[in-house]
Design a binder for this molecule. Structure first.
Ligand SMILES: Cc1cc2nc3c(=O)[nH]c(=O)nc-3n(C[C@H](O)[C@H](O)[C@H](O)COP(=O)(O)O)c2cc1C
Length: 362
């Protein structure tokens, strides 16, 4: 057993985490997870830790069609079935709490997206009718920022009440938390923008509020320093994230989840600054591989490695790694969307079985 989570009773049976992955199967009107969601996550309960798909903390923070929330009691009740199913199979699951910031669309939420500043994202985003032009977000007022912080805290409370073992705050991939950190998306000149210290204020307020609600041992943060996804520019990431980690070290967080990429090499810079548990994941064209994971752990850059795409088609990924069994491939057509094929129909590995080969569209 790996004592990955300091100060908690949570221990991981292996160093393999399932990375958070939006699958778009929730009821688009209510934000309630699909009835099959419990089965989907329970099939993957052999992961040392499951991080759920990103779950919105308020309606404006919803990024795309079919994404579930944790903003209402009804949503929380449905998540209880999920956490119970995972626990019954001996697993552990954190909820990833998400506010999409400017990566939202009125076609999805009926609202203008909000962000630190009214800076439109270049490119297109996935909305109700498919790929569409982004819209200019509305800059959050100071009081509204406080409300969003409270929404994160309330969602964390609901998550724990719904049986999640903890929450991972989504500070990665160009969504609201990272938009406050990045210079090109945060043009504010109040206490939330300008200096590096001010750009850190919102993320740190969210962490503090969530820690106060549910205790640091149940709280994690995901970051992707220097990641240009969703048009975020972080040329000063070394300074920003060094200071962020210095502030976070006062809490004994469950873990820090870092997305690295060959073009930035974040881990070699941040690992020495983080004495706690570090979960790593790699951003590249190809899914994070077993070999890459082993090398991250052996080099000491990570304690746990999160695998995303490999878990879609390989619900029993830890067993397949252990057996050196072949890995199934999921076609990216099944990654997102309301359809149920490509969701719970990927079988566990069965030696000598032709049925191993997978879903309709793989
Ligand atoms: C279908 C899909 C959905 C994703 N949704 C999320 C998400 O909700 N939250 C998040 O932080 N990352 C999300 N990601 C990124 C993954 O967590 C991970 O960082 C990425 O897939 C790289 O890891 P991999 O190479 O192991 O797949 C998503 C990735 C995929 C493929």
């Amino acid at each position: 057993m790996l004592e990955a989570f300091r100060g908690t009773a949570i221990q991981l049976p292996n160093r393999i985490a399932m990375a958070p992955m939006t699958r778009g199967r929730a009821d688009d009107t209510t934000g309630v997870p699909h009835p099959r969601t419990a089965e989907y996550y329970a099939q993957r309960a052999s992961a040392g830790l499951i991080v759920s798909e990103g779950v919105w903390v308020n309606q404006t923070g919803k990024s795309g069609p079919g994404i579930p929330g944790l903003a209402t009691e009804r949503q929380a009740e449905a998540w209880r079935e999920v956490t119970e199913a995972v626990h019954e199979k001996g697993g552990r699951i954190f909820a990833q709490l998400w506010h999409a910031g400017r990566v939202g669309h009125p076609g999805v939420t009926g609202r203008t997206p909000v962000a630190p500043s009214a800076v439109r994202q270049a490119g297109r985003i996935f909305s109700a009718g498919g790929w569409t032009d982004t819209v200019e977000p509305r800059a959050l007022g100071e009081e509204e920022i406080g409300e969003v912080v409270r929404d994160f805290a309330a969602a964390a409370r609901r998550a724990v009440e719904a049986g999640f073992d903890g929450v991972e705050l989504h500070g990665a991939n160009g969504y609201l938390i990272q938009e406050f950190l990045a210079r090109n998306t945060n043009l504010r000149e109040d206490r939330y923008g300008g200096s590096v210290a001010a750009r850190l204020a919102f993320p740190l307020e969210v962490v503090a509020a969530v820690v106060e609600q549910i205790g640091a041992a149940r709280v994690a943060l995901r970051i992707s320093p220097g990641n240009p996804e969703n048009d975020v520019v972080e040329d000063d990431w070394k300074e920003v994230y060094s200071r962020l980690l210095a502030e976070l070290r006062r809490y004994e967080l469950a873990y820090l989840h870092v997305i690295d990429a060959p073009d930035v090499e974040v881990l070699s810079h941040l690992r020495p600054l983080w004495p706690g548990t570090l979960v790593a994941n790699l951003r590249s064209e190809e899914p994070t591989s077993r070999e890459e994971g082993e090398s991250l752990v052996e080099s000491g850059l990570a304690d746990v490695v999160a695998f995303g795409r490999l878990f879609i088609a390989n619900p029993d990924l830890p067993a397949r790694f252990a057996l050196d069994a072949p890995l199934a491939q999921a076609h990216h057509d099944v990654y997102y969307g309301a359809r149920l094929d490509g969701y719970t129909d990927f079988p566990a590995f069965e030696p000598d079985s032709a049925k191993f080969a997978c879903s309709a569209r793989s």
